[in-house]
Design a protein around this ligand. Structure first.
Ligand code: HEC
Length: 141
């Protein structure tokens, strides 16, 4: 009798493990690729201290209200937003230059982001957006 119970429990445990291994649960989230006009672009000011300083000034002026002074996503406007501003200090290192450039240029008023992140295209120059990318890459370091 005891033996039968043991086998029953073993089968139950095993099938749970097998089911979980066979892709139960949601697929891993993947970020969308930048559109063709941005794809493959790289930062001309990568790791340049002057560009990081210029980008820092732009960030304080145009981004920190939402993303926070150090990019943690904790700016004064953040509490009221849904979705919340990204924690750039953590996420920036996960993204390629072209992704960051695209997101700053075009903002969040598009699927799948649908956020209040404002577009900078037509407001900042491409050079200024790259300066922001340079600065963002210094966050969290
Ligand atoms: C009104 C608030 C607001 C302002 C101002 C703002 N953002 Fe955002 N930002 C957001 C929100 C909300 C998200 C998260 C949703 C999304 O991805 O659109 C976001 C996402 C991002 C992302 C994508 C990163 C990720 O982890 O997905 C980048 C890069 C970014 N912001 C950079 C900037 C920069 C640089 C500025 C200044 C030029 C700026 N943001 C200004 C609200 C803001």
């Amino acid at each position: 009798m005891k033996r039968k119970l043991f086998i029953l429990v073993a089968v139950l445990v095993l099938s749970t493990v097998i089911l979980a291994a066979c892709g139960g649960g949601a697929p891993a989230e993947t970020e969308p690729e930048p559109p063709a006009e941005y794809a493959g672009k790289t930062n001309p000011f990568s790791n340049q201290a002057e560009a990081a300083t210029a980008g820092g000034a732009l960030f304080a002026e145009r981004c920190s209200s939402c993303h926070g002074a150090t990019g943690l996503g904790d700016g004064p406007a953040a509490a009221a937003l849904d979705p919340k501003p990204a924690d750039l200090a953590t996420t920036a290192s996960e993204f390629e230059d072209d992704f960051l450039f695209w997101r700053i240029m075009d903002g969040g008023a598009m699927a799948p982001f649908n956020s209040s992140m404002p577009a900078q295209k037509g407001i900042l120059t491409e050079d200024q957006v790259w300066q922001l990318v340079t600065f963002i890459r210094t966050l969290g370091k």
